[in-house]
Write a protein that binds this ligand. Structure first.
Ligand SMILES: N[C@@H](CCC(=O)N[C@@H](CS)C(=O)NCC(=O)O)C(=O)O
Length: 192
């Protein structure tokens, strides 16, 4: 049985989906908030989050890149559908990656204070909501992206939308504009 250390800043950001996947999977994990930037040179690529897995023999496996970490955890904790085809896996990853476009723009506006990117954020968020509402409706309006149970994209979407709402960037994700996504938020929240 492995244990996990998530190294990240003490804020939702890119770490929240990893936290929630570990939490949902009932993993043995802890979080470390390093001194930054002094700890930067000790990370593999100078960026956070970093995940360190220690297996039962004490061997360590270190991984960085948010979405790669999410997919790795989804693979080992069965958060892809059972017997998923490569096409299903790619489709689920595709839904997840679309959030990155929106989240990167959020980072520019909220942290780098590039306010000229606000319009691009609003447009990307509106576009994502429109497309993803349709995907969720086609799956039966059951609060999941795929089938009738949680896959990791449900948890990632929940975590990222939650982080956007908390930071005051939730306008496009309101109940009236995004009823299906809000159903997903409630579904995931009830299972965490
Ligand atoms: N492509 C990377 C980007 C990671 C990233 O930009 N992390 C930020 C925090 S959210 C960071 O480490 N910033 C501190 C720095 O660059 O010194 C990922 O998705 O994980």
């Amino acid at each position: 049985m492995s244990s996990f250390e998530l190294i990240y800043f003490p804020l939702p950001g890119r770490g929240e989906s990893i936290r929630n996947i570990l939490k949902y999977a009932n993993a043995n994990w802890e979080e470390t908030n390093p001194d930054w930037p002094s700890a930067k040179s000790q990370t593999p690529f100078g960026k956070l989050p970093v995940l360190v897995e220690t297996n039962s023999r004490g061997e360590k496996f270190t991984l960085t890149e948010t979405r790669v970490i999410e997919r790795y955890l989804a693979t080992i904790f069965n958060l892809y559908p059972r017997n998923a085809t490569p096409q299903t896996i790619a489709t689920i990853d595709q839904y997840r990656d679309q959030y990155s476009d929106v989240f990167d723009l959020f980072v520019f506006v909220n942290y780098a204070k590039e306010t000229n990117k606000q319009q691009a954020f609003d447009d990307a968020a509106r576009n994502l909501v429109q497309k993803h509402e349709e995907i969720l409706r086609k799956n039966g309006s059951n609060g999941h992206y795929f089938g009738g149970s949680i896959t990791y994209v449900d948890i990632s979407a929940y975590s990222l939308i939650h982080a956007l709402k908390q930071a005051g960037f939730g306008k496009e994700f309101s109940e009236d504009k995004a009823p299906e996504l809000n159903k997903l938020l409630k579904t995931v929240q009830s299972k965490l």
